[in-house]
Design a protein. Sequence first.
Length: 304
Amino acid sequence: MKFSVFTDMLGTETFEQALQVASELGFASIDLRASLDGDTIDTISLEKARELKTQIDQSGLQVNSVSSWAVNTCSFFGPPKYDSHDEGHHEQMNQVLERLFDLADIFEAPLVRVYSLHRPEGFDEWTEEKKEAEYRYNAAVMRRHAEHAQRRNKIIVVENEPPTLSSTATELGILARYADHPHLKINWDILNGWRAGEYPTVEAYEHVKGYVWQTHLKGAYRQPNSVHAKHPFGQFGNFAIAGQDDYDHGPVMQAIALHDPQAVMTIDTHYPSLDVRDKVGEIEVMRRSKQFFEGTVAGVMSHE
């Protein structure tokens, strides 16, 4: 197990500065998404990627993943941006993935972060039979992308986002089992599950155990006065600095360290969305977060 950092969460003006800060904070691994000197993973040219790779090599860092927003783009507000049952959309995603695999080759990154298909309106009220058919369709589509990844010697890691058919650990587990492909693994954004209504317990982790190749780590406050019989742990309120928040990270973090030691623990502070009281500077928030998360698994990792 190792810890990594999204370079776009360090608040620097240039990518070179982000690499310097990541090294100074003690990271050996980074994840690439945005703030790539004016580009994102979804807009950067291959030529510019090669230039940035030279800087990465000079810094002594390694790239863990390229993280795309373009594969089955999430719509948090309004209608979805595509038709899940349109074969033309899946072919287009194939082309997007081919480019992402090219970038992953350049950056020598083994993982490409993607999303599964969007969650249809009213899905939670569908019959169990209809839900099951949609889950299986989602898995069949994502398996095709995993087969593509296998041809390129990459692994796609599917992240749970509330607007998708893999919004929780339960649904991520369904996807992984139904797709049943060695090049489709899970990027478990632990607190995204809470946002989607599933409090992330060790019991929830059981659904994804053995499939977790990456996590996204951050903190969260619960909504005030939200603890009651239906929600014994309360409901998600807002992102926060891990270690001074309302989520008990220890049990799940230790379970992952024990049962999924291959998982890369990527710290994604969500700094722009932090509560105002937590905005004490991007680098300081990352420093505190890294120290806290490393402390939660120190005992487990010392016995590996």
